[in-house]
Design a protein around this ligand. Structure first.
Ligand SMILES: [Ca+2]
Ligand SMILES: [Ca+2]
Ligand SMILES: [Ca+2]
Ligand SMILES: [Ca+2]
Length: 429
């Protein structure tokens, strides 16, 4: 096993897309450590830390003791990234400048509906450097992540897509081009989404980017990128072809055919059947709760998807996976983890206005697996930002320890490796 550079991380949360900063108490959760002794959570639109093992919560602040402005008027969420000191830094995606006094009337057919995000101006994302003493410094401008025009940021994920040892940041923006921030070291980033080929959809238009994840679905050691989008756009799969470039394989991989009728949110690369390749779990649900008034080809409540990876071709196997994938709700957050510690990855889905669903994986553990918890000694306690490269049966598996990827959810911090019939994972020769 090889633990490499500690670089990134991210967070989580469970929050409906249209929730405002004024919402209190719905939230969430969890998280990676800010330093080695605190758990961070979001409450009332602000970040708080509470000592592991219990104690009084305190609000996180800048060095000048100002509250971190985590939520824009239409609050969204965050993720942590890291520099090279092993402390977990924080990236915050922000959406649009909505406020109740700017509430517009947006008719759709004969009814009122949620406004398209481009009815409002985007709000720039934020990047905070962890000072290591429980405070943060806003480095949005000097780091280069401040973009004009800004994106309508929703999902965010970290990963070292060019294998230079530094974690990069990918942001799924809703109806504006997605961002890929290449980490140039020294706390500087360069936005290369267009150059890399991951800013737009296959037709050259911005898509409704909601959730996102990075994972090496084809096992070539290069992180690929998946993004969930709107109905009739398809969710999008970008295959990393090296040299900092990606190919849009949405159609050739089967992802387009499987996702065209859906509005996607939370997603994760996960090896649900322990056969050593990463599959895709996707939470879907339309945004407009009265969509049935104007369309008969879609519904607010939608099926979630489990796309099985068969040598790089994906097909939805949800219909043969039992009751869990027959549930029709308007889903948002999705998180994966081995909840019952039986060796296969289970799935939790949060739904708008309805109870969440816990999908227990029965049968994934017919094949072997390995769950690895990283523990930092000179870095953040959870080892967030570590990369594991393991050889299983001659196949090299690359997995990162990350936090906060996807859309408002936090996956199991343990690294899960499906091993098929193999029983040994070793350091690659
Ligand atoms: Ca990199
Ligand atoms: Ca790959
Ligand atoms: Ca698999
Ligand atoms: Ca399980």
């Amino acid at each position: 096993m090889r633990l490499r550079t500690l670089v990134v991380a991210a967070i989580l949360l469970v929050f409906a897309k249209s929730a405002s900063a004024a919402d209190d108490g719905l939230l969430l959760v969890r998280s990676p450590t800010v330093n080695n002794s605190n758990v961070v959570f979001v409450h009332g639109g602000y970040l708080w830390a509470v000592p592991r093992g219990g104690g009084e919560a305190r609000q996180l602040t800048t060095g000048g003791h100002e509250a971190l402005p985590i939520f824009s008027p239409d609050g969204n969420w965050l993720a942590f990234t890291g520099q090279y000191d092993g402390n977990v830094d924080l990236y915050v995606t922000r959406y649009v400048d909505y406020a109740p006094e700017r509430n517009k009337y947006c008719p759709l057919w004969t009814a009122r509906a949620y406004c398209h995000p481009n009815e409002y101006n985007g709000v720039p994302d934020l990047l905070f450097r962890n000072n290591g003493n429980g405070t943060f410094t806003d480095i949005s401008r000097e780091s280069g992540i401040l973009q004009r025009p800004s994106g309508n940021g929703l999902g965010v994920v970290f990963g070292d897509y060019d294998n230079d040892g530094r974690a990069d940041i990918y942001v799924a923006n809703d109806s504006t081009p997605n961002f890929l921030f290449h980490n140039k070291s020294g706390g500087k980033f360069e936005e290369v989404g267009f150059l890399a080929g991951v800013a737009m959809g296959h037709d050259g238009k911005p898509q409704a980017g909601m959730g996102t994840d990075m994972g090496d679905f084809d096992g070539d050691g290069l992180l690929d990128i998946f993004v969930t989008n709107l109905i009739m756009e398809t969710h999008t799969l970008y295959r990393n072809i090296g040299k900092g470039l990606f190919a849009d394989v949405t159609f050739t991989s089967g992802v387009a055919q499987a996702t065209l009728p859906y509005v996607g949110f939370g997603t994760a690369f996960v090896d649900y059947d322990n056969d050593m390749d990463l599959d895709l779990a996707i939470a879907n649900g339309h945004i407009i709760d009265n969509v049935h008034l104007g369309r008969d080809d879609t519904t607010y409540e939608q099926l979630n998807l489990l796309l099985q990876n068969d040598s790089g071709k994906f097909r939805n196997v949800g219909p043969i996976l039992g009751e869990g994938f027959a549930i029709m709700k308007s889903s948002r957050a999705l998180a994966v983890g081995d909840l019952d510690n039986d060796g296969d990855m289970d799935i939790v889905v949060a739904n708008v206005g309805q109870a969440p669903d816990i999908l227990r994986n029965d049968g994934g553990n017919r094949s072997n697996s390995l769950l690895i918890r990283t523990i930092g000694t000179r870095s953040n306690r959870d080892g967030i930002g570590a990369r594991l490269k393991l050889s299983v049966g001659g196949k090299i598996l690359t997995r990162d320890v990350k936090a906060g990827s996807g859309y408002l959810g936090q996956n199991d911090l343990r690294v899960h490796l499906g091993m098929a019939r193999r029983t040994v994972a070793e350091h690659p020769r």
